[in-house]
Design a protein around this ligand. Structure first.
Ligand code: ATP
Length: 234
């Protein structure tokens, strides 16, 4: 097991948002966090990287306690969040965005990145701000890889993107998984989730209310209706 989240409680001010979240990620696994808007998915990711530090409970990475560490130290251990709004440098070129994120120990250099993201190679001299939304998302994921993550957390990586770009990003996430990366995916697009994931967790009001393998989740129509408000018959 590479990441263990145990009974994590988290607050924004006085609002008790995470009410005891527990989940686990094995090495090389893709795990999703599903749930309705406001359920606490993003906050769970933020608590893992120390942006919303757990007030109770703990997070272990490779068996070592990381909760309580400042976020830059958690990132340096290899737990990396690609946030929903991407956070790329719009005034720098694609290649500058990548090289400034690079870490010596990373298995990911420009060659490995461009092999998975050929569009970024084509656009390497363009400014980040000149990229399409899909290309910006690819750049955000690629930048994260340059930092040598062991656990990659993607918050809504395909939100608002055209279906053809969504397919491209799904294929890229598959290639990243094939390198042995552990991935936590927060995503509203259930089809994308079931194409990629080994297991799913559902969050409701800051608690995990369901977890199951991808096969179990796909076979259980009721679960989607109950927790996600998805009526597949519609
Ligand atoms: P979404 O898909 O809408 O992003 P989510 O499951 O990721 O949903 P979170 O972003 O984790 O939900 O939010 C959980 C709760 O915390 C929500 O009620 C939200 O309004 C609240 N919240 C989120 N960010 C903040 C903040 N910075 N300050 C105060 N409350 C916040």
């Amino acid at each position: 097991m590479i990441l263990q989240v145990e009974d994590v409680h988290g607050y924004y001010g006085k609002s008790h948002i995470l009410q005891g979240v527990s989940l686990q990620v094995d090495a090389g696994e893709v795990v999703t966090l599903l749930g309705r808007n406001g359920a606490g998915k993003t906050t769970t990711l933020k608590s893992i990287v120390g942006v919303v530090p757990p007030v109770q409970g703990r997070v272990l990475f490779e068996g070592q306690l990381i909760s309580g560490l400042p976020s830059y130290k958690i990132a340096a251990r290899g737990v990396c969040l690609v946030p929903e709004h991407r956070g790329i440098f719009k005034l720098l070129t694609v290649e500058e965005n990548l090289t400034m994120a690079a870490r010596k120990e990373s298995a990911w250099g420009l060659e490995e990145i461009y092999a998975i993201f050929p569009r970024l190679k084509e656009r390497r001299k363009n400014g980040g701000g000149q990229l399409s939304g899909g290309e910006q998302q690819m750049l955000a994921i690629a930048r994260a890889l340059m930092t040598h993550p062991r656990v990659l957390m993607l918050d809504e990586p395909v939100e608002g993107l055209a279906p053809v770009i969504v397919d491209e990003i799904v294929a890229q996430i598959r290639q990243i998984k094939a390198t042995g990366m552990s991935i936590i995916l927060v995503e509203q697009n259930l089809e994308v989730c079931t194409q990629l994931a080994d297991r799913h967790y559902i969050v409701e009001q800051g608690r995990i209310v369901y977890h199951g393998s991808n096969a179990e989740f796909l076979a259980d129509e009721g679960v989607k209706d109950r927790y996600l408000g998805v009526n597949l018959a519609a």
